[in-house]
Design a protein around this ligand. Structure first.
Ligand code: NAP
Length: 244
């Protein structure tokens, strides 16, 4: 039997990077994709995987990436993120475009392209990293919450559309995870990013990676549909127990 193969998008940092390591540990050959190729090459060398450039907002880049993947048993739709925190009245259209292109259309492009290979594998698994922002609306967050809701609905729709096919679908919806997420959201402002996690014990990327690993190691008849995971210190988006 040839080696089982996993694809992780957005594997150059955070949740994606940790997930690629976890799946490699389980024996998968992991294709890692993102825009920062230098980071990916280092990771791929460590885990014996394959690094390929991937911009999920670019049709040609997605085609080149997915054409290079010969076999796909597991797809982790992880590439994504947030830009800014603004009211609807002050919404930045470019930030919205970035969030929708990356989280929503990016997930659509990659999933669509790899679906035939996932089905052909005989036991495919699609894990999509959405967010608790896919379940809640919060002030100043509409660009991100709307994109995560849309990404989640795309994923949940596929669960029904693929019924009868050998593909499982798992949505993982994390609360606050300390990664480069807030640095990206606040355009590299380190102080502002650090404040998000101040006085709480946030989740770390490895926590989510282990959940993906658990999902991927279930037998073919077990479909974990939705997993919501938050730090103990967080009840909802923006509602934390912070120590002084
Ligand atoms: P992160 O450390 O910023 O990682 C984001 C990853 O996405 C990076 O590898 C980045 O790589 C990649 N990416 C961004 N734009 C891309 C594009 N156009 N094409 C390909 N890859 C792209 O943040 P993270 O927390 O690990 O985020 C991973 C996922 O978890 C995201 O979908 C995020 O929305 C979700 N999430 C995060 C949290 C949290 O609190 N951290 C909570 C809930 C959900 P390059 O820049 O190299 O392309």
């Amino acid at each position: 039997m040839s080696t089982r193969t996993a694809v992780v998008t957005g594997a150059s940092s955070g949740i994606g990077e940790a997930t690629a390591r976890e799946l490699a540990k389980q024996g998968y050959h992991v294709y890692v994709g993102a825009r920062r190729l230098d980071r990916l090459e280092q990771l791929a060398a460590e885990i014996g995987g394959t690094a390929l450039p991937l911009d999920v907002t670019d049709e040609q880049s997605v085609r080149a990436f997915t054409d290079a993947v010969q076999r796909c048993d597991v797809l982790v739709n992880n590439a994504g993120g947030a830009k800014g925190l603004a009211t609807v009245a002050e919404a930045d259209l470019d930030d919205w475009r970035w969030m929708w292109e990356t989280n929503v259309l990016g997930t659509l492009r990659v999933t669509k392209a790899l679906l035939p290979k996932l089905i052909a594998s005989g036991d495919g698994l699609i894990v999509t990293i959405t967010s608790i922002a896919a379940f809640h609306a919060y002030d100043n967050g509409s660009g991100y919450t709307s994109a995560k809701h849309a990404q989640a609905v795309l994923h949940r729709t596929l669960r029904g559309e693929l019924l009868g096919q050998p593909v499982r679908l798992t949505e993982i919806a994390p609360g606050a995870v300390e990664t480069e997420f807030s640095l990206v959201r606040f355009d590299g402002d380190e102080d502002r990013a650090a404040n998000v996690y101040k006085g709480i014990d946030p989740l770390v990327a490895q926590d989510i990676a282990e959940i993906v690993g658990f999902v991927a190691s279930r037998p073919p008849h077990v479909n974990l549909d939705t997993i919501v995971v938050k730090p103990r210190d967080q009840a909802e988006p923006g509602r934390f127990a912070r120590r002084a």
